[in-house]
Design a protein around this ligand. Structure first.
Ligand SMILES: [Zn+2]
Ligand SMILES: [Zn+2]
Length: 291
């Protein structure tokens, strides 16, 4: 009985871990599908309204930009998930355990500075930034570049989708700010279930809402991580107000995105080796909290 319960719990735990990735993938593809539809078919909710006439090449430019962003989001996300940031398979011995080294009782090993144990991943992670709940994996030394690039393309994609959806908002609010239009934008699910709107109007309102909410959320994450990248700090170090590994703007960029930092964000396949080994770090400031 206990083994059945633990098996069920293990299955539920696994499904829950993958749920955010599945949900995010669904939303990213739905938004791309909707903006492609807006470009190719019609930019308005109602068929009798005047269409914005775009030339074929302008439509092609839009579609190219959309699929370039989608490709970069998916590819970076895939490489992020496939690149383990943990200490597994990393030779830590013989490094001379000096300042900043600790002992992890769970992994039963000495761990280098900036490394910490993740209780979700159940392993120590090199230069651990944080555990990303959307991906179900830690952001660390080896996969930081993919995380940042994925975040950048999600941010630019959502900014683009929000601008493209401005017309949907205009159409919904065209009749004036009525209770019906406000409710459709605020609670589209309830409006659909109660039969107040068509499935088509719901889909447009839901995706337009998701774009705005997603854009605000991703903007906060993106600019926070950009700020940390320029400061050469991890989220954990920012929390504890420590900044001992700052290498200057250029040095911090190189250590986050690699030696080809100016180019690598264009495509995850562009090689950009990150200096260092994730074990030894140049200390440039006080290891004590500044506050
Ligand atoms: Zn550990
Ligand atoms: Zn983790």
């Amino acid at each position: 009985m206990t083994s059945l319960a633990s098996r069920v719990f293990f299955r539920v735990d696994r499904v829950c871990r993958h749920l955010p990735v599945v949900l995010n993938t669904f939303l990213v593809f739905s938004i791309t599908g909707e903006v492609s539809y807006l470009v190719l078919v019609e930019p308005s909710l109602e068929a009798d309204q005047n269409k914005t006439v775009w030339s074929a090449w302008w439509k092609a430019v839009h579609l190219l930009a959309q699929y370039f962003m989608l490709g970069n989001i998916c590819w970076n996300a895939l490489l992020f998930l496939r690149t383990s940031p943990s200490i597994k398979g990393v030779f830590l011995g013989g490094q001379g355990m000096g300042q900043g080294w600790r002992y992890c009782y769970t992994c039963e090993t000495h761990t280098p500075p900036r490394c910490s144990h993740c209780y979700d991943c159940k392993v120590c992670v090199l230069r651990r930034d944080h555990h990303c709940v959307f991906f179900g994996q830690c952001v660390g030394f080896r996969n930081y570049r993919y995380f940042l690039c994925c975040l950048f393309f999600m941010w630019s994609g959502l900014l683009y989708a929000t601008l493209m959806n401005a017309e949907v908002f205009i159409v919904i609010l065209k009749e004036g700010v009525t209770m019906h239009s406000v409710l459709l934008l605020l609670i589209p699910w309830i409006m659909l279930v109660s039969g107040q709107v068509s499935a088509r109007a719901f889909a447009f309102a839901f995706i337009a809402d998701t774009c705005v909410v997603g854009f605000l959320l991703v903007s906060a994450f993106f600019f926070f991580h950009l700020f940390l990248m320029f400061r050469g700090q991890t989220t954990r170090e920012w929390y504890s107000t420590r900044r001992p590994y700052n290498l200057g703007l250029l040095g911090n960029l190189r250590h986050a995105l690699g030696l080809r930092w100016y180019l690598c964000w264009l495509c995850p396949l562009i090689p950009s080796p990150v200096p260092g080994d994730g074990i030894n770090f140049q200390v440039t400031g006080s290891l004590e909290p500044t506050r």
